[in-house]
Design a binder for this molecule. Structure first.
Ligand SMILES: NC(=O)c1ccc[n+]([C@@H]2O[C@H](COP(=O)([O-])OP(=O)(O)OC[C@H]3O[C@@H](n4cnc5c(N)ncnc54)[C@H](OP(=O)(O)O)[C@@H]3O)[C@@H](O)[C@H]2O)c1
Length: 278
C-alpha cells in the first residue's frame, strides 16, 4: 500500500507500538510527525527513521497538555501543509488495586489515554474536513472490550476510545473521514506488556494469549486501506468470547476472568510491592 504524499501524526511515536507503526508507515512513503514527552528518545527514533529516507518531524509534546496539542498540530501543518492520518497511540497503563490508587494517577490515565485522544482529534478534524479526507486511528485495547480486574481505570479509557471512534464514524464517514479503533491484546515489543512480564516473571495465560507490535502495525496499515471500524489484534482470536459475553453476560464474565484475572492481579501486586519498596 503506498502512502506516498500522506502526512501522519503519531503520538507516542518514540517507542513500543507507536515506533513500530512509524517505521512501517515510513516504509510505505508517508511523511511523519512523531510526538512524545521525552525529547531525547524521540529525537533518536526520528533520526533512525530519517536515515531510511523518510521525511520525519519530532515534536516534544505531552498529550495531556492542550497547549502542547495545539503546538503539535501547528508544527505538522507548517512543516507539511496538511494532515491525512492521525494515530492517537500515546498511552499509559494503570494496573493497580483500585481502592489504593492515587487520585493523580487516575486523572493522569484519563487525561493521557482519553482526553488527549479527544482533544487532539478535535484539533485535527477541521484540517481533514478542508480536504474532505482523513483517517483517525485510536489505539484502544482488548481491555476496552472486556475490562480485566485490577485495570478498571485503564479499561474505562480504552472503552471510551472505542465509543469515541464509533461516534466519529457516525458523524464524518460521509464527509470523507474515517476512524478505526485498534484493540490489541497484550503486545510483545510494546513497552507496557514487556514491563509487566519483567515485573512479574510471568506471561499471560494461553487462553488470553498475546500479540506483537509488528502484528499491531500490520493491522493499522490494513485498517487505513479497508477503513474498518474496529480491529482486535490477538492470538488466539478473542472476538468469539466477546460475542458469548454479549449474549450470555455471566458466562462471558466467567470465561474472561478465568483467562485474565490471575495475570492482572499479579501485575497489580507487583506494582504495589514496588511502590512500597520505593
Ligand atoms: N503494550 C501492550 O501490551 C498494549 C496492549 C493494548 C494496547 N496498548 C496501547 O498501545 C499504546 C502504546 O503502548 P506501548 O506498549 O507501545 O507503550 P510504551 O512502549 O510505553 O510507549 C508509549 C509511548 O507513548 C509516549 N507517551 C506516554 N505518555 C505520553 C504523554 N503524556 N504524552 C505524549 N506521549 C506520551 C511514550 O513516550 P514518552 O514517555 O517519552 O512520552 C512512548 O513513546 C497505548 O495507548 C497502550 O494503551 C498497548
Amino acid at each position: 500500500m503506498s502512502l506516498s504524499g500522506q502526512v501522519a501524526i503519531i503520538t507516542g511515536g518514540s517507542a513500543g507500538i507507536g515506533r513500530e507503526i512509524a517505521v512501517r508507515l515510513a516504509k510505505e512513503g508517508a511523511s511523519l510527525v512523531l510526538a512524545a514527552r521525552s525529547a531525547e528518545r524521540l529525537e533518536q527514533t526520528v533520526e533512525e527513521i530519517r536515515q531510511t529516507g523518510a521525511r520525519v518531524l519530532g515534536v516534544a509534546a505531552d498529550v495531556s497538555d492542550p497547549g502542547d496539542l495545539a503546538a503539535l498540530v501547528d508544527a505538522a501543518v507548517s512543516e507539511f501543509g496538511h494532515i491525512d492520518i492521525l494515530i492517537n497511540n500515546a498511552g499509559i497503563d494503570c494496573y493497580h488495586h483500585f481502592h489504593t490508587l492515587e487520585m493523580e494517577d487516575i486523572l493522569a490515565t484519563i487525561e493521557i489515554n482519553l482526553t488527549g485522544t479527544i482533544l487532539l482529534t478535535r484539533l485535527v478534524i477541521p484540517h481533514m474536513l478542508e480536504r474532505r479526507s482523513g483517517h483517525v486511528i485510536n489505539m484502544a485495547s482488548t481491555a476496552g472490550k472486556h475490562c480485566p480486574g485490577f485495570a478498571s481505570v485503564y479499561g474505562a479509557t480504552k472503552a471510551g476510545q472505542i465509543a469515541f471512534t464509533e461516534g466519529l464514524r457516525g458523524e464524518y464517514l460521509d464527509r470523507g473521514i474515517s476512524a478505526t479503533a485498534i484493540c490489541p491484546g497484550f503486545t510483545r515489543s510494546g513497552g507496557i506488556y514487556d514491563r509487566m512480564v519483567a515485573a512479574t516473571g510471568k506471561t499471560t495465560s494461553s487462553l488470553l494469549g498475546s500479540t506483537t507490535s509488528d502484528a499491531v502495525a500490520s493491522a493499522v496499515l490494513k485498517a487505513l486501506r479497508t477503513k474498518a471500524p474496529e480491529v482486535i489484534v490477538n492470538w488466539p482470536p478473542v472476538r468469539p468470547a466477546m460475542v458469548i459475553k454479549e449474549i450470555f453476560p455471566r458466562l462471558g464474565e466467567k470465561l474472561a476472568m478465568l483467562a485474565s484475572r490471575k495475570f492482572s492481579k499479579r501485575v497489580a501486586d507487583a506494582v504495589e510491592a514496588n511502590e512500597k519498596s520505593d
